[in-house]
Design a protein around this ligand. Structure first.
Ligand code: BES
Ligand code: ZN
Ligand code: ZN
Length: 502
């Protein structure tokens, strides 16, 4: 993780790059004149002539013009300082992070003042800058044996601030914790499926549990058979890989009550099974564990920040393969809940593994449920690749979640789940439910199916099929795994904890 420092003047520290925001009225920033004098008195002229740009996110690089505590300055256009809000600041610093990474910079300093306004304190800026820079600087190393190894990377960020140094440093560190967890989730999504098997995912969770003193329980095939987890077992039937139900418990309160359950879809590879995916549609299905990655990322933050809120994470992990033993359309299976399911499509496997995971979470005491899954192509058709589709059975619970998503800058959009939809999920000649009622509005059927197992427990469904894996670079990072929902989930739990403390 990138370390965070905080100082009142840069004289105390040496860095490779100094980052200076250039707002619409730089002369109003306290300390601006002193900076101008120390760098070069011509700065105001250069701004006027647009050699240094003021427009939002415009970057101008310059070497230090005399011997200083920094080698180079990145001037970054801020635009209208008074109107600056959180998400643009996060995005601005992600752009800076991308540049720092590209330029192989090891240490950087950010002067907070040009980014602050009445709504945004220096602490807020430090939080957003840390988060943005670390998200922007992310790169998946991969397995190249030659050339572009990442030999140099950013190791520290120093905030220069007139505010309380300790609180600015603290805020910056929290931003770094958040971004680090997102980057971990990105790496899990980017990992190839021959290496990131369910067993390896469980090993990763064990490490997490070790690091953060979480309770962990991992159920394999035998334990699942004993409990009667017929849904996840059916999906696993064609696989040589052992399925894993990964359970992490974070107990913050004396009593194990008011527990929030985070449920992740952890399909390490989705071939579709006998309802086989077409050749092109299969590529990328290593990312079908994006929900699991989001939950693990959130647990990483929770482990670090230790909010006063009980949390249980349940991740259902297997791959979805073909063999003589694989499950098939027309099969009828019995889930952990006792509900029977007619299989109409083996490619609708996510809802099956989630069904057992949701029931398990409820049995383990979860009173609120959030499931996260790369569940349907339908959500991409409905909302594109930049919006997470949601469903819920509880308006008030959802409203609080929406606020956390907004604070995190992660766009979510709720779709309806009607009695008519439920009827179609429950329509089967041979079982209680069917796993694929049709292609019309199938994001709703996918999530709605999971909702059947949440029953009356307050529940939110997050379909991240469109948002979990980016086809090209985006404002907060490179192509590949995005780590979407890690920050929203953790922010939500922190907000719940803070609310209860009041
Ligand atoms: N893993 C897929 C959903 C998916 C699609 C994730 C695209 C990421 C990108 C899921 O298991 C699936 O195959 N869903 C089917 C459901 C259908 C059979 C009802 C789909 O979306 O086509
Ligand atoms: Zn599938
Ligand atoms: Zn899937």
């Amino acid at each position: 993780m990138i370390t965070v420092e905080s100082v009142s003047t840069l004289e105390q520290q040496e860095v490779d790059v100094l980052i200076i925001g250039v707002p619409d009225h730089p002369e109003n920033v306290e300390g601006w004149d002193a900076f101008v004098q120390s760098f070069h008195p011509s700065i105001p002229e250069w701004i006027k002539s647009h050699d240094i740009k003021q427009d939002f996110k415009q970057l101008t690089k310059m070497p230090a013009l005399s011997k200083r505590n920094y080698d180079r300055v990145y001037f970054v256009g801020v635009g209208k300082q008074k109107e600056l809000t959180e998400q643009p600041v996060r995005e601005l610093f992600a752009m800076v992070g991308k540049q720092l990474h590209k330029d192989r910079v090891r240490t950087a300093a950010v002067w907070t003042a040009p980014f602050c306004n009445e709504e945004m304190t220096c602490e807020d800026v430090a939080y957003l800058a840390s988060e943005g820079i670390s998200l922007g600087a992310y790169e998946y190393e991969g397995f190249h044996t030659t050339s572009n190894e990442i030999d140099v990377s950013l190791t520290s960020i120093t905030f220069i601030t007139a505010a309380d140094e300790q609180s600015v440093k603290g805020a910056g560190e929290v931003g770094m914790i958040y971004a680090h967890a997102v980057n971990e989730a990105r790496t899990l999504v980017n990992a190839p499926p021959n290496l990131l098997t369910p067993t390896k995912m469980a090993d990763y969770a064990r490490e997490l549990a070790d690091n953060y003193d979480l309770e962990i329980d991992v159920l394999g095939r035998a334990e699942m058979e004993e409990l009667g987890m017929g849904a996840i077992l059916a999906v696993n039937q064609g696989s040589v890989e052992e399925p894993q139900l990964i359970v992490l418990k974070y107990q913050a309160m004396e009593q194990w009550e008011d527990v929030i359950g985070l449920i992740g879809k952890g399909i390490t590879y989705d071939t579709g099974g006998y309802s086989l995916k077409p050749r092109e549609g299969m590529i990328g299905m290593k990312g079908d564990m994006g929900g699991a990655a989001a939950v693990l990322g959130a647990m990483c933050i929770i482990g670090e920040t230790r909010p006063r809120k009980n949390v249980i994470a349940v991740i259902a992990s297997t791959d979805n393969m073909i063999s003589g033993a694989a499950f098939k359309p027309d099969d009828v299976i019995t889930s952990l809940s006792g509900k029977t399911i007619e299989i109409l499509n083996t490619d609708a496997e996510g809802r099956l593994v989630l069904a057992d995971a949701v029931t398990y979470a409820k049995q383990a005491g979860a009173e609120y449920l959030i499931d996260v899954a790369t569940l349907t192509g339908g959500v991409i058709v409905a909302l594109g690749n930049d919006k997470t589709g949601t469903l819920t059975n509880h308006d008030a619970f959802y409203k609080q979640f929406e606020e956390a998503a907004e604070e995190s800058g992660e766009f979510i959009w709720r779709l309806p789940l009607t009695e008519n939809d439920r009827k179609r999920i429950r329509k089967s000649d041979v079982a209680d439910l069917n796993n694929s009622p049709g292609r019309d509005g199938h994001m709703i059927f996918g999530g709605g199916f999971v909702g059947e197992f949440a029953e009356n427990t307050p529940w939110i469904h997050l379909d991240i099929a469109g948002t979990s894996d980016a086809a090209s670079p985006h404002v907060l990072g490179p192509k590949g795994g995005t780590g979407v929902m890690v920050r929203t989930l953790a922010t939500f739990i922190e907000r719940l904890a803070a609310e209860e403390a009041q």
